[in-house]
Design a protein. Sequence first.
Length: 159
Amino acid sequence: MKFSIMKTALTVLSLHSIFAFSQTIPYGAPISLEDAKKAAQAASAEMHKNNFDMTIAVVDSGGNLVYLERSNNAGLGTIDPAIGKAKAANGIKTPTKAIADMIVKQGVVNLIAVPGAMPVDGGVPIIVDNKVIGAIGVSGGMLQDDDAVATIGAQSLLH
C-alpha cells in the first residue's frame, strides 16, 4: 500500500515538474459551441482531404464534451478515445503526444498509471489569447495523423 501511494506521488511529481510550464497558462472561459464547431470543421476538412475516417471531439475548459463528429466509416471504438484525448489535453494543458513521448523517449512508464493521462498522440489544447479554452481530440487514424488533424483544429481558432 505504501509503495503504491509513493509511486503515485512520484508520478504526480514527475508530471508537475515536466509540465510546470503549462501551469503558467490559465484556463479561460469555456469554448463556445460556435468555436468548437469551427475547430472541428477545420479538423474535419483535413481529415477529408487525406481520406481518413475519424472521430473528432471538442471539450471545454472544464473537460466537458461540447461537440462530437464521427465520419460515416469511423469505427465506433474511436469515440471514447477521441473524447479521452481531448479531456487529457485539456487537463494537462499540453498535447497528449508529450505524455507519449515521455514514456517512449524518457522511460517515465509510471505515467501510464495516471488516471485520464491518455498517453497517445491526438489530443491538443485549444489556446486562445494565452488561455486554455478547451481541447480537441481525434481518433481513428495512425497516431501521427490523429495528432496532425487535432493540431489543425486547435490552431484554427488562432487569429
